[in-house]
Ligand binder design. Structure first.
Ligand SMILES: *Cc1c(COP(=O)(O)O)cnc(C)c1O
Length: 478
């Protein structure tokens, strides 16, 4: 496709953009329960305005744009205060949780290179419930992940298993507050104690929970210590573009000490180019996201955020109570905030997902792992408040529909799983293509029957799921 020979009139261009958007999910309805964090109405408008005012400014050059330096420093100081850090704690704004985690891992790796040069393959110890971003960081940065089992009742990290996994090569322990998948907080204080005993760095991934949990604590809800108030926590990630209700892409990485952050930075003066000096992975970067985060913090203020977390908590409580009354679904573990995972012992959970989709709701399928069942993730946010009754109604209807169908879906799921296992038992050159066909995945196209695909994927070994999804992704993009 060549670029148009003649530029399009703005009107025509925007018409086309809106047309492209027509097939997207309509997130404004508050029924997208993953990946969307919508403060709604006026806040959204103010934050967007702040964002666009700094869209063109380049945060690579704090000398040219001291405004961006000031905005970033103020965002970081406000987050440090919320997460109960002292004057020693420093931080930076990044493009998201993944980048914050990447920098946390790099800081610890480079510190170890200096202080423990005898280690050739450094190791990170983390629960299977920790976010994939740590595996990505290890992959990019050349570290090994040592994954420990989680508690099958609570879905929390198991400190004893983590302690056992420590070797002479361990440089970092990781825990989540809360983990994204199940919304439960790991035993942070216990793991911090282990880190201190072994003189290890300890990163708390508060990407999704940092802001929301801190506000719940301020509102008087019982929240176990998870932040910089816990001795032994050496770095912490907090996404502003989740429950900070800032626009994407902005997160904050906090380091207990300036000396640790020094290892996250990068400088290069050896080329013919200008000297590159980076606080983060990105080099050129828009000032928009940081301005957006600053605007969210200042526009909402503590009282604005408290109003949001109280309403979101109440909505979540009502959803959980409603779910308790249903026989066919249940919630995994004890969710700490406004996120939970829904499982079923009687239905194919992926079919339930498709039924919810048909009724306008977007939940997030998560595959079985480590002994925990396949489930649907739900993140409640401000725009979901007011739709609780509808959600429960949709859930009841979806369950009823599946049961009316005589649970053929669950039978079919078993048959699919058996077929996948049969193919996997004697793999040959054709196995991969057969499994793809079985799942109903068509290269280069977005799928429609998700239940079938998810059922097949769930039956595959984890490593193969990764390979399959990568092939698919590689076919999807131009
Ligand atoms: C979302 C999330 C991440 C990754 O953040 P991105 O902004 O998607 O890069 C990491 N950890 C947790 C707990 C998260 O919820």
């Amino acid at each position: 496709m060549p670029i148009p020979a003649h530029g399009l009139p703005a009107e025509e261009l925007f018409r086309r953009l809106e047309m492209y958007k027509e097939r997207d999910v309509s997130w404004r309805a508050g029924k997208i329960l993953t990946g969307i964090y919508d403060p709604g109405g006026e806040t959204e408008a103010v934050v967007k305005e702040a964002y666009t005012r700094f869209l063109t400014e380049n945060a690579l050059y704090p000398n040219l744009f001291p405004s961006l330096l000031q905005l970033e420093n103020e965002v970081v100081r406000m987050v440090v205060d919320l997460l109960q850090g002292d004057g020693e704690v420093v931080g930076n704004c990044t493009s998201g949780g993944t980048e914050s985690i990447m920098l946390a891992v790099k800081s610890v790796r480079d510190k170890a290179r200096v202080e423990r040069p005898e280690i050739s393959m450094p190791e990170i110890v983390l629960s299977q419930t920790a976010h994939p971003a740590f595996h990505k960081a290890a992959h990019y940065l050349g570290l090994k992940t040592i994954v420990t089992p989680f508690d099958l009742q609570s879905f929390r990290a198991d400190p004893a298993a983590m302690r056992q996994a420590i070797t002479p090569n361990t440089i970092l322990l990781v825990a989540s507050a809360p983990c994204y998948s199940h919304g439960v907080i790991d035993p942070i204080s216990e793991i911090a104690e282990i880190a201190r005993e072994h003189n290890l760095c300890f990163h708390v991934d508060a990407c999704v929970g940092g802001i929301h949990l801190s506000l719940l604590r301020k509102a008087g809800y019982p929240i176990p210590p998870f932040d910089l108030s816990v001795p032994g926590v050496t770095s912490l990630s907090v996404d502003m573009h989740k429950y900070g209700y800032a626009p994407k892409n902005v997160s904050v990485i906090l380091y207990r000490q300036r000396a640790l952050r020094r290892y996250a930075f990068f400088a290069s003066a050896e080329t013919t180019s200008y000297s590159v000096l980076n606080t983060t992975v990105l080099s050129s970067k828009s000032g928009g996201p940081v301005a957006g985060a600053w605007a969210a913090l200042n526009y909402l203020g503590e009282d604005g955020y408290l109003r949001i977390v109280r309403e979101v908590s109440e909505a979540t409580r009502q959803m959980l109570e409603g779910i308790l009354e249903l026989d066919d679904v249940y919630v995994l573990g004890e969710p700490a905030m406004c996120m939970f995972a829904l499982a079923s012992r009687t239905l194919n959970i992926f079919e339930l997902d498709d039924e919810m989709t048909r009724r306008g709701w977007t939940l997030q399928p998560q595959f079985s792992a480590g002994g925990g069942p396949a489930n649907l993730h739900v993140s409640v946010h401000y725009s979901t408040v007011g739709h609780v009754a509808e959600f429960l109604q949709a859930l009841r209807e979806s369950i009823a529909t599946l049961k009316e169908r005589g649970n053929a879906g669950a039978q079919e799921a078993l048959a699919l799983k058996a077929e996948v296992e049969r193919l996997m038992a004697q793999p040959d050159a054709e196995t991969f293509a057969r499994i793809v066909a079985l799942a109903g995945v068509e290269p280069g196209r977005l799928p429609s029957n998700f239940a079938r695909i998810n059922t097949v994927l769930d039956a595959l070994p984890d490593s193969l799921v990764g390979t399959l999804l990568l092939e698919y992704l590689n076919s999807l993009y131009a």
